[in-house]
Design a binder for this molecule. Structure first.
Ligand code: ADP
Ligand code: MG
Ligand code: MG
Ligand code: MG
Ligand code: MG
Length: 443
């Protein structure tokens, strides 16, 4: 919606909105919000609302403590769940410095910057269709998540096996009330695991939608006494949760990845974009798979990709070209998971693709056989390399890629690498049950 300030003032009166929730996302992907009473509406609409940025992850320097929130009025929305104290509206904001410039450490500002480069390259939009998966766990009496799943269902199962069905249905209805175009909702392969797909949108809206989606899923699950998690691999031995990213580039004539006469009906632009995605795959992994735990999903045997390969016919590789053509011609990145900061992940894959266009990068041949049945020798012959196998490995790849530095901007690039190394080192210092089980008695 293209709301004006006047529209917002009118809606606030008509709907009797009592509180404003101002949202932005930090470098590590957490949605942050400042809640203010409606008396602050004029301040907000005049870009005068201030907050202390010094305590927010990635917004660390002292001189950055006074920050301004500039609302993006197109993201205005009244939460459909009511509170005793009246209605709450939210608006997503851009973080600005006291000197009036956009703050470079705000991942949303950064994506807006990268999208300007895309427009300069002659495209009108980068479209993202996400497929987020999540688990529903039972909660204990203190409202903490347990590791007990709420059902034993599997792919596309129906009630009564799929006890999450009622909860999932209310999530879908709530999303629709909030303007989402939900395309599908189904039980996933693992017990307690679900997927909800909503229609693709241009990059910025898609990233905002992903953040809103996670909030809605968690909020509604709680109403059902369930805990929703987007943690990539909550339980060993069963599938983890990913968030495939479907992507396409449009110009004023439509989907530029489509070419009636091209190989697989894909354009040269599609191949070069794919070439860029393949070339930088190892380095954007640290962004699309940001947690220590993300790498426990990227192992053989659980439908998640492990090798850098693409295919137009096979569902197992890192990048798949789904069958649909015309306006649905797209590339699907299957590694990403929903713990990624969507603003950074989308900026990273876009910059990788644009690098492919700029340098005419030709992708390696497609791999249409089952890679998991190849031995190391065969993979080598087919030029198939592994994705990074842990966060440290992924960070090494990221830190040496100039294109990814451009995708994040220097400030975010540096603070992201620093924060993630701290996370990895904290993990490395821990001793797990697995180690004690394996080693205690044997040595
Ligand atoms: P899968 O077959 O991998 O399970 P889904 O049907 O679950 O795929 O999801 C497909 C996603 O792709 C949806 O979010 C859909 O809106 C999106 N999509 C369709 N066309 C495009 C396009 N041109 N660009 C980007 N995403 C698209
Ligand atoms: Mg799907
Ligand atoms: Mg589907
Ligand atoms: Mg799925
Ligand atoms: Mg998919």
């Amino acid at each position: 919606h293209d709301y004006t300030k006047e529209d917002i003032r009118r809606i606030v009166k008509e709907e009797d909105v009592k509180f404003l929730r101002l949202m932005f996302t930090d470098v590590l992907g957490s949605l942050k919000n400042v809640e203010v009473p409606i008396s602050q509406l004029d301040e907000l609409l005049d870009n005068k609302l201030m907050f202390d940025g010094s305590s927010i992850e990635g917004f660390v320097r002292i001189e950055e403590s006074d920050m301004y929130l500039h609302p993006d009025l197109s993201t205005w929305m009244i939460f459909p769940w009511s509170t005793e104290r009246g209605k709450i509206a939210r608006v997503i904001c851009e973080v600005y410095k006291p000197n009036g410039e956009p703050f470079e450490g705000d991942p949303r500002n950064n994506l807006i910057r990268v999208l300007q480069d895309m427009k300069k390259a002659g495209f009108s939009s980068f479209n993202i269709g996400p497929e987020p998966e999540f688990f529903l766990f039972k909660m204990d009496e203190n409202g903490k998540p347990t590791t007990n799943l709420n059902d034993q269902g599997s792919y596309f199962d129906m009630a009564p096996l799929d006890l999450g069905g009622n909860c999932r249905r209310e999530i879908v209805l709530t999303l629709e009330e909030m303007g989402f175009d939900v395309e599908a909702a189904h039980h996933e392969v693992a017990p307690g695991q679900h997927e909800i797909d909503f229609k693709y949108a241009d990059a910025l809206n898609a990233a905002d939608n992903i953040q809103t989606f996670k909030l809605v899923v968690k909020t509604i699950a709680r109403k059902y006494g369930l805990f929703a998690t987007f943690m990539p691999k909550p339980l060993s031995g069963i599938n983890g949760s990913g968030m495939h990213l479907n992507m396409s580039l449009f110009n004023d004539d439509g989907d530029v990845f489509y070419d009636e006469d091209g190989d697989l009906k894909l354009s040269e632009t599609a191949y070069h974009f794919l070439g860029g995605l393949m070339k930088h795959a190892k380095s954007y992994t640290a962004i699309c798979n940001p947690l220590v735990n993300s790498y426990k999903r990227l192992v053989p045997g659980y439908e998640a990709p492990v090798y850098v390969a693409w295919s137009g016919s096979n569902r197992s590789p890192l990048i798949r070209v789904p069958n649909a053509r015309g306006l649905a011609t797209r590339l699907e990145l299957r590694s990403a998971d929903a713990s990624a900061n969507p603003y950074l992940a989308i900026a990273a894959v876009l910059e990788a693709g644009l690098d492919g266009l700029k340098n005419g990068i030709v992708p390696p041949k497609s791999v249409d056989r089952n890679i998991y049945r190849m031995d190391a020798e065969e993979r080598k012959e087919n030029q198939i390399v592994n994705l990074p196998d842990d966060l440290l490995d992924a960070l090494k790849e990221l830190s040496s890629d100039e294109v990814m530095k451009r995708a994040m901007g220097e400030k975010i690039f540096n603070s992201y690498l620093a924060a993630k190394h701290l996370e990895y080192n904290a993990y490395r210092a821990q001793v797990s049950d697995w180690e004690r089980d394996q080693y205690m008695e044997k040595y």
